[in-house]
Design a protein around this ligand. Structure first.
Ligand code: ARG
Length: 591
């Protein structure tokens, strides 16, 4: 399990060494190597350096070239030349490409390095609300969060998952009181209920209790008293509250299951889980002077947070009626995650519309000393899901779209796409159904993950399941096609032959394969899964060009050429498979 340095890293190192050999007075300089269309790589660090040393960049670049042995047998760099105002254009040896890739292929992690500074990340994601329907916003948090969990764990981070579900608040007074007065409303007569049934039970109860709450002032009064009983931890009230949570979990788990996502029960620590800490959190904030009393409420103020009237808008940790809100819970959760769970990083995958809340919560925690240089908090904020019309996603009736309906439709469409091609591949009905689910759910996840999280995106099923373009189906077909080639290759096995000269499409594919480790490391460090999606799409595109220009299995090809090409496509398949798995997307073997 050795991490394999990329060719870019090796070349960069060599150029940096040549630079310091040629110009010892310059100190350590980054040659700023990039992939390039002109050659394999271009280094333009000489421009800034020349400026600094008041020298001529082209002359400087020529000195570096002179200090670099190139073209010798076994050398990584085959050609290096000065171009333009003082760039270095660098071509690597074919042999070096295949040797590096063979190193990646020999490692079951494909040579991806572990993060040097791995620590503990507590990630807050997939946090729906009890007794409420899940919508597309919850989809984004779950999909992006799950991808980040996979990616961080892959680079060696210890990841603790927290599903901060909305399971506490005044609305439970109304629900519980209604259930007390209509005791059999949540009974499961015929044994187990499905997720759909659970949600429809909850919906029914919610609507019915809301109606009484709004029309009957005495019921309203009893519901208010019930909130007090709940907060006081009164046994019977708590037991009824638990029934709502359990019913909701049946529904949540059915949706996560549909999403092909593992959510573990011990990781579901909702708002109620921090109830016992709220009072102390407020006391600590008040004693340290971080929070102050203002109009009866306990508040934290910020110089740069003001309302439209210019007056400061505080973070309210305790309301004037003594109730605790969302902020007190989040501040308590920070204490728990830092002090008990030992987090170095707190990552929140939450809608961008909550950014001000998190900004204030994080700043408060910093002032209180709960966050510091050793532990920092980040919101991985995501944008809104829009309909085809570019407006926030709603049904024709103007209601929020139910997540399950969307997922079912995606799977249905995808199954149609799979079925159309199934005859050629000889898929059984069961395989069609299984693949349909993997393609449909993959399409939804990929569409979400392939644009930068911060941006809004349009939910367009037609585009998502299209076979052409930047879609998961395109990547899944690329993978399945390679598997089919490998199956048909007969006795020929993938084997690296560094002695062979490479065709341009082979070099392009090979150099891109070599970047996988760097991309994964970057994505893990910057929380930008869309860069992994872009990398995989590029990889599939290079593969398509390669197929156009190079025959893999052909009677005209000498055996070592067949083996080397099989080696290239099989490493491509493994990279696609691994990369898609990190995004939470399956790659069926036959499609
Ligand atoms: N349940 C919230 C919602 O549906 C999201 C919770 C986000 N996490 C947090 N720690 N506040 O909007």
């Amino acid at each position: 399990m050795a991490s394999v340095p990329s060719l870019a890293a090796s070349v960069n190192q060599r150029v940096a060494d040549a630079l310091s050999a040629a110009l010892p007075e310059a100190g350590a300089v980054d040659p700023l190597l990039r992939r390039s269309d002109r050659a394999d790589f271009q280094a333009n660090g000489m421009l800034a350096l020349a400026k600094k040393l008041k020298g001529n960049p082209r002359e400087l670049a020529a000195q570096v070239v002179a200090a670099l042995p190139a073209g010798e047998s076994g050398a990584v760099i085959k050609e290096i030349e000065v171009s333009g105002p003082g760039f270095l254009n660098i071509t690597v040896a074919d042999e070096a490409i295949i040797k590096t890739l063979a190193g990646r292929a020999a490692d079951d992690r494909l040579g991806v390095p572990y993060a040097e500074d791995a620590g503990t990340t507590v990630i807050d994601y997939a946090q729906p609300n009890v007794a409420k329907e899940m919508h597309v916003g919850h989809l984004r948090s779950a999909v992006i969060g799950d991808a980040m969990v996979q990616i961080l764990e892959f680079v060696g981070e210890k990841v603790i998952r927290r599903h901060h579900i909305g399971d506490w608040g005044t609305q439970f007074g109304m629900l519980i009181q209604y259930l007390i007065e209509h005791p059999h409303e949540l009974d499961h007569k015929g044994g187990e209920v499905s997720g759909e049934e659970a949600m429809s039970n909850l919906n029914r109860l919610y609507k019915a209790s809301r109606a009484v709450f709004d029309s009957d002032p005495e019921f309203k009064e009893r519901a208010r008293d019930r909130v007090v009983a709940l907060q006081a931890g009164e046994q019977e009230t708590l037991a009824l509250w638990q029934r709502f949570v359990d019913e909701s979990k049946i529904y949540f788990y059915s949706v996560f299951d549909k999403l092909d996502m593992e959510i573990r029960d011990p990781d579901v620590v909702g708002e109620s889980g921090y109830n016992a800490m709220l009072e102390e959190t407020c006391r600590l904030l008040e004693e340290s002077g971080v929070a102050v009393r203002s109009e009866g409420a306990l508040c934290v103020f910020f110089d740069d947070v003001k309302g439209p009237d210019g007056k400061p808008v505080p973070l309210i940790v305790k309301k004037s009626n003594g109730g605790y809100g969302y902020a007190a819970t989040d501040l308590s959760a920070i204490r728990d995650r830092v002090q008990t769970l030992g987090a170095n990083t707190l990552l929140y995958v939450v809608d961008a519309r909550q950014s001000l809340h998190f900004k204030m919560v994080f700043e408060t925690a910093r002032r209180a000393g709960w966050l510091n240089e050793k532990t920092h908090a980040v919101q991985l904020a995501f944008g809104t899901v829009l309909g085809k019309d570019g407006k926030p996603f709603k049904t024709r009736e103007g209601e929020t779209v139910r997540l399950v309906d969307l997922l079912d439709e995606a799977v249905e469409r995808a199954t149609g796409v799979v079925r159309e091609k199934a005859g050629k591949v000889g898929l059984t009905e069961q395989e069609i159904v299984e693949n349909g689910a993997h393609v449909g759910i993959g399409a939804v996840k990929y569409a979400d993950l392939s644009t930068s999280a911060a941006r809004d995106y349009k939910f367009d099923l037609d585009q998502m399941v299209s076979l052409n373009g930047d879609t998961s189906v395109y990547l899944q077909y690329a993978y399945a096609r390679i598997q089919s080639i490998l199956r048909k290759a007969g006795d020929a096995r993938p084997l690296a032959h560094p002695e062979l000269e490479l065709a341009p499409a082979e070099r392009a594919l090979g150099l891109h394969l070599d970047q996988f480790g760097e991309v994964v490391s970057e994505v893990a460090a910057t929380y930008e899964p869309h860069k992994l999606a872009a990398y995989l799409y590029q990889l599939a595109s290079y593969l398509t060009t390669f197929y156009d220009q190079c025959q893999v299995v052909s009677a005209d090809n000498p055996p070592e050429l067949v083996e080397n090409r099989l080696f290239l496509v099989s490493l491509t398949a493994r990279t696609l498979h691994q990369g898609m798995a990190l995004l939470g997307i399956r790659t069926p073997e036959r499609l």
